[in-house]
Design a protein around this ligand. Sequence first.
Ligand code: GLC
Length: 480
Amino acid sequence: MPNTLKVLFVAAEADPFVKVGGLGDVAGSLPRALRALTTNFTGGIDVDVRLVLPLHPTVRTESATLRPTVTFYLARTGGRELVQVFESNLEGMPVYFVAGDPVNQTGAVYSSNVALDGEKYAFFSLAVLEMLQHIGWQPDILHANDWHTALAVYALQMRRLKGEFPRTFSVLTVHNLPFMGPDLAPRLAAYGLPPVNSGLPKWARAMPLPLGLWSADCIVGVSPTYAREMLTPEYGAGLQDFLQTRADVIHGILNGIDTKSFDPATDETLAFNFKPETVSTRVLNKKALQVRLDLMKEPNIPLLAMVGRMDPQKGVDLVLEALRLLMDLSWQAVILGTGDPALESAARLLQADFPERVHVETRFDLTLARQIYGGADILLMPSRYEPCGLAQMIAMRYGCLPLVRATGGLKDTVIPDQTGFVFDGNTAGALAAAIRKALALYPDRERWQTMQQTAMSQDFSWERSARRYFNLYQTLLSRQ
Ligand code: GLC
């Protein structure tokens, strides 16, 4: 075993440089958590994790200096593409940025132009692998994430078949299986990556994520339950039969949250800070929130919340419908999020119909989100599927009890009736019944407070996830 474990973490986005969704949180936190593992835990091994990102026009680099590192060409039929690699640093971690024409074409991290996104991420993924020949650093583990970077894993496999990269293993983490990337057959052929006999269904043979799933040494789902769900027709997005053939290399590792930043004891956006022992003072945050949201300042009325992308995946429609079924009960609700215009207007309609008890904000507001976690009573998350989910973990840390559908990471993080509420089924009726049950428990303040304290004391730190990934890397390397 080497004394240094070298990992190249490849992603489309990473906080604090560029963040659009949950992947940005993970790619911003996990690499640093891996570097922070103590040698006590690693058995004396230093973990040299480096991150590589596309240099999107939207990357925030004010706080970092970008040093040009290497420049080379990526060969393809009918021409060649210039690749420029810059290097920066995040708290001691080397971070590479890959620039080139395909990266600049759309401006956004993910655009509505599927074909251009496909070209961009194919270019990025192949440039990353090529870059390793130029920077004099060969990782033991190439760790890619989602469809955007899955082709790096595929290209690695094709090169290994030729005897190159004999000591580099690959890990592909799946954050969202249904997003597989476009069919890139002509582009792959142009880059010298002809079709292979992969056993993938015909429609998936030239798509980035499926090719990565075929070639990765190890596949990780972002929760143990999601790792199993991927093998079923309900969640497998058409790849379940293929994934069954790879079941022995599929693992589930839960994400963490940034427990330093998300800490109700120090969070400056809260009107009042609190800890598990002082959770009864949390009601002051609820009152402040009710004032801010123009709701009646009434501490005994349960305040329900939904925070996040307004996407059918998240079950926003189920929440809107369920709330209409619960008008005989006393509650208030706040919904914060942007996304699908139809869902946004349905949410605004609910507020228009019941202005005294529903408040909707269709925008992205991290401060208000934190104030909701710190003041609301119940967070609703009836996702149709949820590979991991972050909001339920943040909510628990802030004593806001999550009410979740028994799926993916929701099922793995919420302990039924101890740290939150869990229900089966995916109808508004099932959700309404679950909310009704939780509301019936609400007047039992002692029981509620015990649940809040149990929820707040769970360990959702990145260190826990980083340890699991480290062990996985070690298992792969021990196969040499
Ligand atoms: C995706 C998934 C979400 C997960 C996140 C980070 O956004 O939908 O469940 O938490 O990736 O892994």
